[in-house]
Design a protein around this ligand. Structure first.
Ligand SMILES: [Zn+2]
Length: 133
């Protein structure tokens, strides 16, 4: 049975999908079809758990155009449980309580409205992990 395109797009939008290397088992994000570890082709989709830890972070007080309504906000480099690093905005957190090593999990949030047609742009953010795993 063919997996519908709609389902695939939905998976892309609401979960963190990268790739796994069939040669060395590296988990890859964002997907780039070539394994950064061994240089072989890696096109097998892999769905990440969305869990990780804050590796480093910075609080943005003077955001670029289009992001003013959210300022100040904290952007973190998140070390995913599966290995890759991903840069993302933190949410549901006071910037004063963010710590290196803090457990976080991915959530899908509206990032901004785009243009006059009001197209909503969604993307992933990370929030402090609520439940112990
Ligand atoms: Zn590899």
């Amino acid at each position: 049975m063919e997996v519908s395109r709609h389902w695939r797009l939905k998976q892309q939008r609401y979960s963190l999908v990268g790739e796994v290397c069939p040669h060395c088992d590296s988990k890859i994000f964002p997907p780039r079809d070539i394994c950064p570890e061994c240089g072989e082709e890696a096109i097998q989709p892999y769905k990440f758990s969305g869990r990780g830890e804050v590796y480093s972070f910075t609080t943005v007080h003077n955001p670029p155009a289009g992001h003013e309504e959210n300022a100040p906000y904290t952007v973190a480099l998140v070390h995913l449980d599966e290995g890759p690093m991903v840069t993302a905005q933190l949410t549901d957190v006071d910037d004063k309580t963010v710590k290196i090593g803090m457990p976080v999990e991915m959530v899908t949030r509206k990032l901004r409205s785009e243009g006059e047609r009001g197209i909503l742009v969604y993307g992933y953010k990370f929030r402090p992990r609520l439940l112990p795993t």
